[in-house]
Design a protein around this ligand. Structure first.
Ligand code: MD3
Ligand code: FE
Length: 255
């Protein structure tokens, strides 16, 4: 992978704008350009060819390391295939918040631990709410973790979120893990989602980016405790999942 000199920034920004990678900014490309110079950026040309051109597909935004199109279509389908038996043995459920509100996202987990939420609070536990142990994290998913984190330690939880039409996820921090020095890795499959990134305290300015099928995001360092959420999905924008919607996998070291 070749690193691009900073002088290629302008062209890169237009490429991104054309691909629709960065949206939801109030002043369009200008705001994006300003953001680009405020942040530290890494440019890669991973030879992703779109419309006969090579597109740069990594961007660093507030410490979020975003790999657009990390998985090609065949790898995305293969992942959906390995998820099918997992969803059979550990069905998706609607968690409720400790205050009793039903969350609109449906969830389940793979790994030694799964994340659950009910009237007793948020936590990781060894069993599905219906009682069974969680299925193992498939090797295909472990490989993504190893490739993007280079970490010796394996994640002990792969949270599986399903977003149907109208599902959203409010701004929150992920703080139920024991050690925040481990990164969290997210894999998006299916419909596009508008992902909002905030700060390590509630409120303040936020930035949004569309995550598409095959995109991978690594949250480490300062990004690990940033507020984030999903404002909406573009239901039906992808044909990966037969019934539509979006699956997000998050790999975590919980203990
Ligand atoms: C930043 N999921 O499961 S993925 C979550 O698309 C969650 O389903 C969203 O927020 C989703 O908790 C966003 C990106 C993400 C995931 C976990 C993080 C960002 C994160 C943990 C810490 C910091
Ligand atoms: Fe989260």
């Amino acid at each position: 992978m070749a690193s691009l000199p900073r002088s290629d920034l302008r062209e890169w920004l237009y490429t991104i704008a054309r691909l629709g990678v960065y949206k939801g900014v109030t002043r369009g490309l200008q705001a994006f350009r300003n953001a680009a110079f405020r942040e530290s950026w890494t440019f890669f040309d991973n030879d992703t060819v779109r419309n006969g051109e090579s597109a740069m597909t990594q961007l660093l935004l507030r410490g979020f390391d975003i790999r657009k199109c990390y998985l090609e279509t065949s790898a995305q389908s293969a992942l959906v295939d390995v998820l099918r038996p997992i969803l059979k043995s550990a069905p998706l459920f609607h968690p409720t918040t400790p205050s009793g509100k039903k969350m609109s996202v449906r969830m389940t987990s793979a790994g030694e631990l799964g994340w659950v939420s009910d009237k007793n609070g948020y936590r990781y536990q060894g069993k599905h709410p219906k009682g069974g142990v969680w299925p193992a994290i498939p090797e295909e998913i472990m490989t993504i973790w190893r490739d993007v984190t280079g970490s010796e330690r394996a994640p002990d939880c792969c949270l599986i979120n399903y977003y149907g039409e109208g599902t959203r996820m409010g701004m929150h921090q992920d703080k139920d893990e024991v050690d925040f020095s481990w990164p969290v890795v997210s894999v998006s499959l299916g419909d596009d989602a508008l992902f909002r990134i905030g700060n390590t305290t509630r409120g303040g300015k936020t930035e949004s980016i569309w995550l598409g099928s095959g995109d991978v995001v690594i949250m480490g360092g300062p990004a690990r405790l940033a507020y984030h959420g999903i404002d909406r999905i573009r239901f039906g924008s992808s044909r990966l999942l037969p019934k539509g919607g979006r699956i997000n996998l998050t790999l975590r070291v919980a203990t």
